[in-house]
Ligand binder design. Structure first.
Ligand code: SF4
Length: 352
């Protein structure tokens, strides 16, 4: 039995103060944290329960045309928000492709960013893991690693970030709003999630006590609404993490791509934005050949970290297919199997 304090603050200021003690962790839905605590992979000395803090469960359109999503908005509520899903269809599709309905009903937007890798060695307290226990080594190197990273990995850690939601968010330049004892700050989500380098135990940019307040999508993000898809390859059709996924978004005018966005999931310790691929598409016609060239560019720096060379070719095909789907237009209705290569567009959730 691991003893820990349980604190339920009444305000954000109280929460930040309570979490500024080393070893403290915020508790939202707990869909990942409580599993990790039960398995002994995380042992916080204090849980700061933020589930009843006021004002954090709102989705608000901003005066500049962007949108703010409170950290305590539930994944299912955001995905089923018709205005949100209409403006940011790839984000809604990614949300509905993740986990199970029960988990999506509970899991929060802020928690989705903070979830830990699903590397099996990280969860097994008897295995060596630099991310859980700095300096211990990495049993995934040379172990069971076919789902591990092919981009941005290091000799210290080859794990991937498990989120679907974060993949289109990175493609659309989402910003994380943060509150701490020294006040507020914000940063791009792409920079918020860290690559392992020599310090894989540092997974995000939060300092001790800092808390995610909201996510923000800029006005520009909604301009991709007509041609935006999320495509996810996994080992079973539901309740599975991505082997490889891609968020692809296009702005097409008079048959020419004028802007492209691409981010890959399942390939690195954070969603992998592929700017060279985006730039190569701008000014092109939306053809299979152009998308295949973009896919080659997106994976140009990829290298296997173990038994996972197949993921590089798989990722190229997912990118090409995601752009092809996006180029044919965002479906009016959410696909019956969101983000699935086998989906039809006969689902019941309206985008428009
Ligand atoms: Fe730990 Fe990373 Fe190695 Fe997995 S890949 S065992 S998370 S250090």
């Amino acid at each position: 039995m691991n003893l820990f304090d349980y604190v339920r603050p009444a305000s954000i200021a109280e929460a930040v103060a309570a979490a500024s003690e080393p070893g403290a962790a915020y508790l939202a839905a707990g869909t990942n944290l409580l599993d990790l605590m039960k398995g002994g992979a995380m042992r916080p000395s204090r849980l700061v329960d933020i589930t009843r803090l006021p004002g954090l469960a709102k989705v608000e359109t901003l005066p500049d045309g962007g949108v703010s999503i409170g950290a305590m908005v539930r994944n299912a509520d955001l995905a089923r928000d018709v205005d949100f899903a209409t403006a940011y269809p790839a984000v809604a599709e990614a949300l509905l492709s993740g986990a199970s309905p029960q988990l999506r009903n509970a899991a929060t937007v802020g928690g989705n960013l903070m979830q830990r890798t699903r590397c099996a060695y990280f969860y097994d307290a008897a295995s060596a893991c630099n991310r859980r226990d700095p300096g211990a080594g990495c049993d995934a190197l040379g172990g069971e690693n076919r789902s591990h990273a092919v981009l941005g990995w290091s000799d210290a850690c080859i794990a991937t970030h498990p989120s679907d939601f974060c993949v289109p968010l990175v493609a659309l330049d989402a910003v994380v709003e943060i509150e701490g004892v020294n006040g507020s700050r914000e940063m791009p989500l792409e920079e918020f999630l860290l690559l392992p380098g020599t310090t894989p135990e540092r997974e995000h940019a939060l300092e001790t006590g800092e808390m995610i307040i909201a996510l923000r999508l800029p006005r520009d993000a909604a301009t991709f609404r007509s041609h935006a898809r999320y495509l996810k390859l996994r080992e079973r059709t539901s309740f599975a993490f991505a082997l490889v996924s891609a968020a692809a978004a296009l702005r097409i005018e008079d048959g020419t791509i004028v802007a492209a966005r691409l981010s890959l999931g399942g390939v690195a310790a954070r969603p992998w934005r592929a700017r060279a691929a985006e730039a190569a598409l701008e000014g092109s016609a939306p053809t299979t050949e152009a998308f295949a060239r973009a896919a080659d560019l997106a994976l140009a720096d990829a290298r296997p970290s173990g038994d996972n060379a197949f993921k590089i070719e798989l990722a190229k095909r997912v990118v090409t297919r995601a752009f092809l789907l996006a180029s044919t237009g965002t479906p009016d209705r959410m696909p019956a199997l969101p983000a699935s290569a086998f989906s039809s567009d006969t689902g019941v959730t309206h985008h428009a």
